[in-house]
Design a protein around this ligand. Structure first.
Ligand SMILES: Cc1cc2nc3c(=O)[nH]c(=O)nc-3n(C[C@H](O)[C@H](O)[C@H](O)COP(=O)(O)O)c2cc1C
Ligand code: SF4
Length: 484
């Protein structure tokens, strides 16, 4: 993972430990209405892919165990990981693109509800993403993948050259020489693996996204409602399709790109279609980027505009993230796919303890605050969720007191200790296992390995009932909190 060159080390601190009475009187532990539901407290576990679904995208026992473990910490809400809306093979990513996924998802909602004793609301994040290929082997790229064009022939000086000759000649050239012959996209396909963009309108499946996605999202959201989820979060963030429509890099000229209005058009059409399908009395929100954090990417002013439009379109919550783009991702190894959390924008999304002057804690506070202010000034009281580096009571409480947000998200701190807010509420804040923001978990995520936390995955491996990863080296869920 990329790290800021300043290399300043930050240490998470437990902060002030509230008494039971103080916690009970706090903003963090006060209820909040989110559309049709009410959260008992303003604590929120944002979506995190733990790589526990089956290869066909079904809910497994491990998926159920994972979310039940979070539920026993009784946060206000848990958002289930990014779940694919299309009925296409996507590896071990959870899927909701067909009714056959319903029984598993129903089992999940029921189990989580029981595990939290009915205290936690359960939402699901639904996602669309475009195709990305692994970085090819150089020889294979020239022999099989590259489509030979007249531009290549012209550059090599032989208009009558056969495809085979062109391939052979190109394969012998250095990267420096190739840059002058191959197009930027062809170079990218060679160096990173071919990746579709929303601007590839010459491809029918890309051109027609505005016609396809409203139906796909609304069918998936409808399934989520039938499966018993309390709400749906549309994934409009990071490197995926909807975020790419919102991006300043979206130069589509068919009315779905270019201007702010054009870029927001499809995301708003999806909201309308989903709302029609799930009804007015169902909680629907989205996660989107407060800042894209790439050169030429969307700014916080753009995000404020989007936030206002989403609120006006009737979303029940707005959850912010930042960065996480392919545009500045590291070159993957041969045979691996590029990963959108490996460059500077990836750092903004999941900043670790080695940082710059801004540090890893609360990097999205300023931008989210500006978005919320714009939404309020436009006359909407839509709750806003802010996430990023939150790991203690003081920090969460200050964000609420300062009007940064209405709900506080904590992903890695909840992974490090799913009971952390329950401990705070019960006066046991001193027992919180503080996330160290090392991104060991993120490294596992990147390799599509079962995500665990270094602070607990080696504890009591041989204890009865403890389930381990396939290699037997790590436990799959954190030890239970036994209140002393
Ligand atoms: C293992 C892992 C998986 C993640 N998966 C998702 C995801 O599916 N959807 C999403 O919007 N964000 C995802 N994120 C980002 C988190 O929701 C969160 O925004 C980020 O970790 C920063 O918050 P934190 O500092 O509280 O961890 C993931 C993060 C981690 C560590
Ligand atoms: S592995 Fe654990 S301690 Fe490290 S960043 Fe992830 S959650 Fe935090």
């Amino acid at each position: 993972m990329w790290r800021p060159p300043q290399r300043i080390q930050f240490e998470p601190k437990p902060g002030r430990i509230p008494s039971v009475a103080e916690a009970a009187a706090s903003r963090l532990f006060s209820p909040v209405k989110v559309g049709a539901i009410e959260l008992e407290q303003r604590t929120w576990v944002p979506a995190m892919v733990p790589w526990r679904a089956s290869d066909e995208g079904y809910v497994t026992d491990d998926v159920v165990d994972w979310y039940c473990r979070f539920a026993r910490g009784r946060p206000g809400a848990i958002v289930i990981e990014a779940t694919g809306i299309r009925d296409v093979p996507s590896g071990p990513l959870l899927r909701i693109g067909h009714d056959r996924f319903l029984p598993g998802l129903k089992r999940l909602t029921k189990a989580v509800r029981e595990a939290s004793g009915g205290h936690t609301k359960l939402l699901i994040q639904i996602i669309d993403f475009l195709s990305i290929r692994r970085r090819p082997d150089r020889t294979k790229f020239f022999q099989q993948f590259l489509r030979v064009t007249d531009a290549h022939r012209a550059a090599l000086g032989g208009p009558g050259m056969s495809d085979a000759d062109v391939r052979e000649k190109l394969a012998m050239l250095s990267e420096e020489k190739l840059v002058a012959i191959l197009s930027a996209r062809e170079m990218e396909a060679l160096r990173f693996g071919q990746r579709e963009r929303v601007t590839d309108v010459e491809l029918p499946q890309i051109r027609d996204l505005p016609q396809m996605l409203p139906d796909l999202f609304s069918a998936a959201a409808h399934r989520a409602k039938n499966a018993g989820f309390d709400g749906v979060e549309l994934h409009y963030a990071h490197a995926y399709t909807m975020a790419s429509f919102l991006s300043r890099t979206n130069t589509r000229e068919d009315g779905y790109g270019g201007s702010l209005e054009g870029r927001a058009r499809l995301p708003l059409e999806v909201i309308v279609a989903v709302r029609q399908k799930v009804g007015a009395d169902y909680t629907l929100g989205c996660r989107f980027l407060a800042e894209e954090c790439i050169e030429g990417g969307s700014t916080v002013e753009d995000a404020a505009y989007f936030g206002v439009q989403f609120a006006r379109a009737g979303l029940d919550f707005l959850s912010t993230s930042r960065g996480g783009k392919f545009d500045d991702a590291k070159q993957p190894g041969v045979g691996q796919a590029a990963y959108p959390y490996t460059g500077p924008s990836g750092y903004e999304c999941m900043p670790q303890y080695i940082s710059d002057e801004k540090g890893p804690f609360g990097r999205n506070v300023q931008a989210t605050s500006a978005i919320r202010r714009a939404v309020r000034e436009a006359g909407f009281d839509t709750p806003v969720v802010c996430t990023g580096g939150v790991h203690n009571f003081d920090m969460a409480e200050k964000m609420l007191a300062d009007g940064v947000c209405d709900i506080v998200g904590s992903a890695r701190q909840s992974l490090a200790d799913p009971d952390w807010t329950l401990k705070l509420a019960r006066g046991a804040g001193a027992q919180v296992r503080l996330c160290e923001f090392t991104n060991y978990c993120e490294g596992l995520d990147q390799k599509h390995k079962a995500v665990t936390c270094q602070l607990w995955d080696k504890i009591d491996l041989k204890a009865p009932g403890v389930k381990l990863t396939a290699d037997g080296k790590r436990r799959l869920t954190p030890p239970e909190w036994t209140q002393g």
